[in-house]
Design a protein around this ligand. Structure first.
Ligand SMILES: O=C(O)CCC(=O)C(=O)O
Length: 283
């Protein structure tokens, strides 16, 4: 059994504010050693303050620095022809790089995605700090994941996204469909994985970091249910067949977003998260 080190409140505060400001655990340990802490003592203090096992620090300190992988291409023209469809781009934001995409899916594709998803819905989960899926009060919808290329419809949608954003299909996680009823929501969050979390290495071992998200609206809720970007001051209206695409770097706080509570009716979305490296084994 290891005893917990005694930590001065100012040191605890400094470690928390330094890591929350985006500095790595490695930097914190280096700075502590420069001011006289011995390496073992500083490791044990940092692990205790960040509430992580000492061994998890090795993930941060000794992990080989991965070169940044592939990025998505942001649609720039007001209209983009993909797969025989004209996709409208009525609104662009620079930070985060965000595009509203009109007419991305046909009404028939939206309805078919809902029907394929319905029998497999379960309470939606989030990824906890160790990389495990968990029930989370911040996310009260029901959801399910398709596997890549699972059906002709899924293949068609995945190919359209890959062409539109110039990113191979194998960089995508399986399409997730979510269903929200009145009062259900997804509280503000980031889609990128936090490198300070102990589960970061495990979550990103396959595919690397998330680099972009595409939220596609499969129906139009009677009231509420938009996607809010509080740092931008933007709420995207959920309209059947349209989507919001946004891309981000690790630590990009401008990409904070939330699924607002549905006030009346229901809301169906399909979300595609994209990784910097191939995420799928084979297609
Ligand atoms: O429901 C929404 O509008 C947003 C969904 C979302 O943020 C997500 O799935 O990551």
């Amino acid at each position: 059994m290891t005893s917990r080190p005694t930590i001065r409140p100012e040191l605890r505060e400094w470690i928390l504010s330094t890591t929350h400001a985006g500095h790595s655990v490695e930097t914190v340990l280096k700075l502590m050693q420069e001011t006289g802490y011995d390496p073992r003592q500083s490791r044990s203090i940092v692990a205790s303050v960040l509430n992580m096992p000492i061994t998890a620090l090795d993930v941060h300190v000794h992990a080989p620095k991965q070169p940044q992988g592939r990025r998505t291409h942001h649609p720039e023209a007001p209209q983009v022809a993909v797969d025989g469809r004209i996709i409208d781009v009525p609104l662009s934001v620079d930070s985060p790089a965000l595009r509203i995409l009109g007419n991305l899916l046909s009404p028939e594709e939206c309805d078919a995605l809902i029907e394929e998803a319905k029998p497999r819905l379960q309470r939606a989960k989030t990824v906890d700090t160790s990389g495990k899926q968990q029930i989370d009060a911040r996310r009260t919808s029901e959801g399910m994941f398709f596997t890549i290329g699972e059906s002709p419809l899924i293949r068609q949608v995945e190919q359209r996204i890959a062409t539109l954003l110039s990113i191979p299909i194998d960089h995508g996680e399986g399409l997730q469909v979510l269903h929200y009823l009145p009062g259900q929501q997804y509280e503000p969050h980031y889609d990128w994985f936090d490198p300070q979390q102990p589960g970061f290495a495990a979550i990103t071992a396959k595919g690397g970091q998330r680099i972009a998200s595409l939220v596609m609206y499969l129906n139009t809720p009677a009231a509420g249910g938009g996607t809010a970007f509080p740092e931008v001051g933007l709420t995207v209206t959920a309209l059947r067949g349209s989507a919001v695409y946004f891309s981000y770097d690790t630590g990009d706080t401008a990409s904070l977003h939330a699924g607002l509570p549905v006030q009346k009716g229901e809301k169906w979305i399909a979300t595609k998260w994209l990784r910097e490296r191939p995420f799928q084994k084979s297609l």
